[in-house]
Design a protein around this ligand. Structure first.
Ligand SMILES: Nc1ncnc2c1ncn2[C@@H]1O[C@H](COP(=O)(O)OP(=O)(O)OP(=O)(O)O)[C@@H](O)[C@H]1O
Ligand SMILES: [Mg+2]
Length: 377
């Protein structure tokens, strides 16, 4: 038999009800958050703890001289304290989704209200228990976390941007050094070797910075496409030529299979970066085995394939490597950010296309990019 319930013969059992009421009162008093028992039909509070009374959820209406307080709901509508219970009952007992913001003289507090119907005997007025879970600390932590993430993103974006200028001037100086050395006759093998190391590392640094910049742009919502009529065959040829030096240093035989012209509206720089990231991976992970690039036109799409004969990618890793900061479990020791394929996927999807990988462990991988040829600007 529960509090306020009747005996089997329908008469109130005074002492049992009294005991249960004291237990329940004690239980409510022990709760660290506002808590009430209310009559569901009338929204009349029957029992409440000190916390609930302090918020004036039960008891007499606000006495003069007390600082004003009120609640607002998720649409910002104001609810007076003595109306809160009827508001909550109106939203239905038995749920835990209603959230209210509480305003008094201090900082606003945030509550999620958990309400439960109390199972009762037949003929007894239905009751509900309302518990106000205080989410304020959690909300503050969320705000602090969001601000910290924003500050990190801002720092990431500014720092990456600042890296571009010195990189550009070192690239320029290296080019000038090479030209000046070439003018004076054959470059000594020692100088040439170090020049080539510098050039390779500069290209690598450039790609890392570009990926980091794009990552920052994607996350701040500043990523846009510049769609213009382009021929992908020309683009593929240029990027593959640019990668020949890196491939040769790695002992990789890199080829572009002759294909048709594939015209469409693309963002040239972004597609160059897509292909660049795929080629950089194929050379980096391809164990010095041949890498080939193919281009073809399908009815509405352009398809670029980059095939290597490296170690392949285990089936369980094939989806997640396209997520940011993900690397496959094959345990390569090379320093990498795990951003290349994330940038590839994002850029291709921004073009309305898709990217996937077909791979056989031990026999290589083929990355397949599909981009619609006609983009809506
Ligand atoms: N051609 C490939 N063969 C085998 N594994 C690959 C290949 N391409 C990518 N991977 C795996 O997928 C992971 C994710 O690749 P992704 O290009 O996103 O990052 P990364 O190369 O590790 O770093 P970043 O490109 O940012 O310098 C790689 O770490 C590697 O484990
Ligand atoms: Mg990569």
């Amino acid at each position: 038999m529960s509090m306020l319930e009747k005996s089997p013969r329908g008469e109130p059992n005074a002492s049992a009800a009294c005991n249960e009421q004291s237990c329940l009162t004690l239980l409510l008093r022990l709760q660290p958050f506002p808590c009430l028992v209310v009559e569901t039909q009338t929204a009349r509070p029957l029992l409440s703890n000190e916390e609930a009374r302090r918020m004036r959820l039960s008891g007499p209406p606000m006495a003069p001289g007390l600082s004003p307080c009120y609640a607002t709901d998720d649409s910002g509508d104001r609810i007076e304290p003595d109306q809160v219970v009827s508001y909550l009952i109106g939203r239905g007992a038995g749920g835990d989704g209603v959230e209210l913001t509480w305003h008094d003289s201090g900082c606003p507090r945030f509550f999620r209200i958990v309400s439960r119907a109390v199972p009762r005997g037949e003929g007894s007025a239905p009751l509900s228990v309302l518990s106000f879970l205080d989410l304020t600390a959690q909300r503050m932590a969320e705000v602090e976390l969001r601000e910290a993430v924003e500050a990190r993103d801002e720092f990431f974006s500014v720092a990456t941007h600042e890296l571009k200028d010195p990189l550009f001037s070192i690239q320029l100086s290296t080019q000038l050094l090479r030209h000046s050395a070439e003018r004076e006759g054959p470059i000594s093998p020692y100088v040439l070797q170090h020049l080539e190391v510098s050039e390779r590392q500069l290209v690598r640094l450039g790609r890392l910075i570009e990926n980091m910049l794009d990552f920052a742009r994607i996350h701040s919502g500043r990523f846009t496409l510049e769609l213009e009529p382009n021929d992908l065959r020309d683009l593929v040829d240029q990027v593959v030529t640019r990668f020949q030096g890196q491939a040769a240093t790695n002992g990789t035989y890199l080829t572009a299979e002759p294909g048709p012209e594939v015209h469409g509206r693309f963002d040239r720089i972004k597609i160059e970066q897509v292909l660049g990231n795929l080629l950089s991976n194929a050379i980096k992970y391809g164990a010095g085995r041949p890498v080939s690039v193919r281009l073809r036109a399908e009815a509405d799409s352009a398809v670029i394939e980059v095939e290597d004969s490296g170690p392949g990618i285990p089936a369980e890793d094939r989806a997640r490597i396209f997520d940011r900061f993900e690397r496959a479990s094959t345990g390569h020791k090379r320093a990498s950010l795990g951003l290349g394929l994330y940038i590839v996927r994002t850029m291709v999807e921004k073009h309305g296309g898709s990217v996937g990988v077909v791979s056989e462990p031990g026999r290589g991988s083929t990355f397949i990019v599909r981009i619609p040829r006609q983009q809506t600007p």
